[in-house]
Write a protein that binds this ligand. Structure first.
Ligand code: IMP
Length: 441
């Protein structure tokens, strides 16, 4: 595979000093901000791209040679032939699905060798049992979270309970058999499920041999790369508002999606992180249940959903759509120490008479709130307080400088940056890697 011509997306364009070696990229909303594209763009200059949390609940969409590709587990840098990709300890892996994804990228001429793909032996494995438990909990609960039903919560749950299956043990037939034996003893439903879902278990077991050559002490290799001064990009899979601790609990995913999660997943001292970039959209989407104060259940919401093709890349579920939530974004900037923000999909807002940003919430009992409340019940009862901006009908140029934005769009971006306290250095103008306006051009 030829090196891709990504020279014009150099990191210098976004003001990254040559000395910036370790960058964390987080989703700054509830996921689906368009991280896949930006990881792909930023990875052009990198040596190593590491996925630090989540599993195949994620769906990162990118365009390679004009073709749409959705990756669920492999890092979005995998298409850059000079780079190494890693899945670190904080990730959960669905083995059969990962093997299928590896076949998919190989079909697109990606040369996958153990030198180019490191799978952490410490990461945890999603088994058919975990998927079964996720489905059961979701279908039995009256207040379902709206998970992707990929077994994510139960897998992280078993990890915390110290009863999970790690990748290193999974690829060892004897250790895998011991785990299955133990689960049969402690979970009454486990044995019957093994019988009932024999095909799923067979596929699960069969993937072990294909993954075995890639399993290694990924964290040690990553730290060595960092010490050697390699350019490393650490990619989050979901959004910061889905963080297990700092998101809108319980309507969150089961891992640490924020920048701190990267250090914990890899065992990387925080002092090595030079820069944290957040990806947000010019509006907000959310999949699944949970509070969403700026949600639009009107024609504008329907228009943005259709124009922005807001359907889940993993489940195909329609995404809920709303105006930009400045309060939530400012919280994410603060929690993650974002240096830079990307405001993606700004082209989708073109043509609206006016655009809005939420600058406070109004709660029926607590009054005006200027901070994101910790309680999802409180947030659910809040009404948004908006700042309204004139819209623009001139098409946003696909590439070049952010100075080319229509004046109204420029005012909206400037107000969002000032309100959130982070520099907006890039604006997304379309799905392709070149569809972007940069501040420093
Ligand atoms: P889980 O991660 O499948 O357990 O789902 C928990 C919550 O996170 C649900 O609201 C999901 O819709 C949401 N979620 C999980 N992964 C993604 C993602 O990649 N994008 C957006 N939402 C996600």
């Amino acid at each position: 595979m030829e090196p891709r011509d990504d020279n014009h997306f150099r990191q210098e364009r976004i003001g990254m000093a040559a000395s910036t070696q370790v960058t964390v990229l987080v989703g700054a909303q509830w996921g689906d901000e368009g991280k896949g594209k930006w990881i792909d763009v930023l990875a052009a200059d990198g040596d190593l791209v590491v996925r630090y949390q989540g599993g195949n609940n994620a769906g990162h969409t990118l365009y390679v040679a004009g073709q749409k590709v959705v990756l669920h587990q492999l890092p979005s840098g995998i298409f850059h032939p000079r780079q190494t990709s890693a899945l670190a300890a904080g990730v959960v892996i669905n083995p059969a699905q990962l093997v299928a994804e590896m076949h998919k990228v190989r079909d697109q001429d990606v040369h996958l060798t153990p030198a180019r793909l490191w799978l952490s032996g410490r990461a945890h494995v999603i088994t058919p049992w975990h998927i079964h438990v996720d489905e059961q909990r979701e279908s039995r609960s009256k207040s379902a979270i709206g998970t992707t039903k990929r077994g994510i919560g139960p897998t992280y749950g078993d990890k915390a309970a110290r009863s999970g299956l790690r990748v290193g043990d999974y690829v060892d037939a004897a250790a895998r058999a011991r785990w299955i034996q133990r689960m049969t003893e402690v979970e009454p439903e486990f044995g019957p499920l093994l019988q009932r879902s024999a095909t799923a278990w067979a596929a699960f077991e069969a993937a072990a041999n294909a993954l075995q050559p890639f399993v290694c002490d990924a964290e040690s290799l990553i730290r060595t790369a960092v010490r050697a001064g390699k350019k490393v990009l650490l990619e989050g899979a979901q959004g910061a508002l889905l963080d297990l601790d700092h998101g809108t609990y319980p309507f969150v995913t089961s891992s640490s999606t924020g920048a701190g999660g990267a250090c914990q997943s890899i065992g990387l001292p925080p002092r090595h992180i030079n820069r944290v970039i957040g990806i947000a959209k010019g509006y907000v989407t959310r999949v699944g249940s949970g509070p969403f104060p700026t949600e639009l259940q009107d024609d504008i919401g329907a228009l943005l959903a259709a124009k922005g093709q807001e359907f889940g890349a993993t489940t195909g579920r329609p995404r809920r759509v709303g105006w930009l939530d400045g309060v939530a974004l400012r919280y994410v900037v603060e929690v993650n120490g974002l240096d830079t923000l990307v405001l993606n999909k700004m082209d989708i807002l073109t043509g609206l008479a006016e655009v809005k940003m939420c600058t406070a919430y109004r709660h029926p009992r607590l009054g005006l709130l200027t901070e994101l409340p910790w309680s999802s019940d409180v947030l659910s009862a809040c009404e948004p307080v908006y700042q309204t901006f004139p819209g623009w009908s001139t098409e946003i140029p696909k590439s070049g400088s952010m100075d080319l934005l229509p004046p109204e769009a420029k005012a909206f971006v400037a107000a969002a940056a000032a309100f959130c306290g982070a520099e907006i250095a890039m604006v997304g103008t379309g799905p392709g890697p070149g569809d972007a306006l940069y501040k420093n051009r």
